[in-house]
Design a protein around this ligand. Structure first.
Ligand code: AMP
Ligand code: MG
Length: 346
């Protein structure tokens, strides 16, 4: 089987594949998702198989409205309505307790809750409507690889293992949705994964403090979300993070060592070091939005480069606003490693 690139006027075909229990990747505003009918356990099993995803890591169910969510949930959370009105369609996933016998355990990972999201992508909303079922949609990458932000990334990972990919062009945001735990109506919302909907935005919408899962604050804490213990987003080439004021040091380090370096940074930082680098992937501009949009794409591009790189040096951004989500993904890709100029330490 060879993957089919499905154009925007062929949504009906893609919906037909989903109804047949096949896998079709779809664009969203965050990253591409690997779609299958959330009501077809065999199809969902295939999602885990082709991704190589551990089976205790539950999936997000993609819907076209909060009305659709209500068919499946046991009880709502007092803040669910206002959050959905403010942020849907958009990069916010909410976790709610479900009625028994709604979703198979392959979807829930055996939990009594499900994560729901309405993506902000007209093509994909049309796909879900035409398929007539909610879709599971983990990121459409092999488990452990950086998430896909173009149809080409999906084809790279699943050329021979899925039916098709609906091509919506490069994704706008570039990192996965904010995951918010609303499973206990008596507890405040808790962020399990940072995304483009930030803590500040959530607090402003619901007029109450929003908690942050402690494993996001402390590296040694056991994660609450089952999937969060797994390594993510890692390119094959080792990654080191570089603070804004350290690019001169990186340049001089590279000038004195036979290292084939890849650089992933905004134009201003890249300019400082490009003369010493074997390959450079520049974010579209110096903003954290451009960095977030280009992070996974850049990691993939540098990993694939024929330059045979020894190390990737990637720009850090301040950890506020969208920078929280950017740094969360980058730290995982870098295995927490920062650039240090060893010679100055001796
Ligand atoms: P992905 O599908 O790779 O974008 O990841 C979805 C994330 O949401 C993973 O980190 C999951 O562990 C998390 N998740 C999905 N469903 C639940 C749930 N019911 N409870 C807690 N976390 C969940
Ligand atoms: Mg993923």
């Amino acid at each position: 089987m060879e993957i089919q690139k499905i154009s925007t006027d062929e949504v009906k075909q893609a919906a037909h594949y989903i109804q047949q229990g096949e896998l079709v990747a779809f664009p969203t505003e965050t990253v591409y998702g690997l779609g299958a009918s959330a009501l077809n356990p065999q199809a969902v099993k295939k999602v885990y198989q082709v991704k190589g995803r551990p089976s205790d890591n539950p999936l997000i169910v993609h819907v076209t409205s909060f009305e659709q969510v209500k068919e499946y949930i046991q009880e709502s959370h007092p803040l669910a309505e206002v959050l959905v009105q403010t942020f849907w369609p958009g990069p916010l996933t909410i976790i709610l307790p479900i009625k028994p016998n709604t979703f198979d355990t392959v979807v829930t990972g055996g939990l009594a809750t499900v994560a729901f999201r309405m993506p902000d992508q007209a093509l994909t909303l049309e796909l879900i409507r035409q398929a007539g079922v909610p879709l599971v949609g983990p990121s459409a990458n092999l488990s452990g690889h950086p998430s896909p932000t173009t149809a080409e990334h999906v084809i790279h990972d699943f050329e021979h293992s899925i039916k098709g990919v609906l091509d919506g062009g490069p994704t706008k945001i570039g990192v996965e949705s904010t995951v918010l735990d609303l499973s206990d109506p008596n507890k405040p919302p808790m962020i399990l994964r940072p995304g483009a909907v930030t803590k500040e935005m959530l607090e402003q919408a619901c007029h109450t403090p929003v908690a942050v899962d402690s494993h996001l604050l402390r590296a040694d804490e056991a994660p609450k979300a089952p999937g969060m213990k797994y390594k993510h987003y890692a390119p094959v080439v080792p990654v080191q993070m570089v603070h804004e004021q350290e690019w001169e040091q990186v340049a001089s380090y590279l000038a004195h060592h036979p290292i084939r370096a890849g650089i992933l940074a905004g134009p201003t930082a890249a300019e400082v070091v490009r003369g010493e680098a074997a390959a450079v992937y520049m974010y579209a501009d110096d903003s954290v939005q451009a960095a977030t949009q280009g992070l996974f794409s850049g990691l993939r591009a540098l990993d694939e480069t024929k330059a045979g790189l020894d190390c990737l040096y990637v720009a850090t951004y301040p950890e506020d606003g969208l920078g929280v989500a950017y740094m969360n993904r980058l730290k995982k890709a870098a295995n927490q490693m920062y650039f240090t100029n060893n010679e100055t330490e001796v």
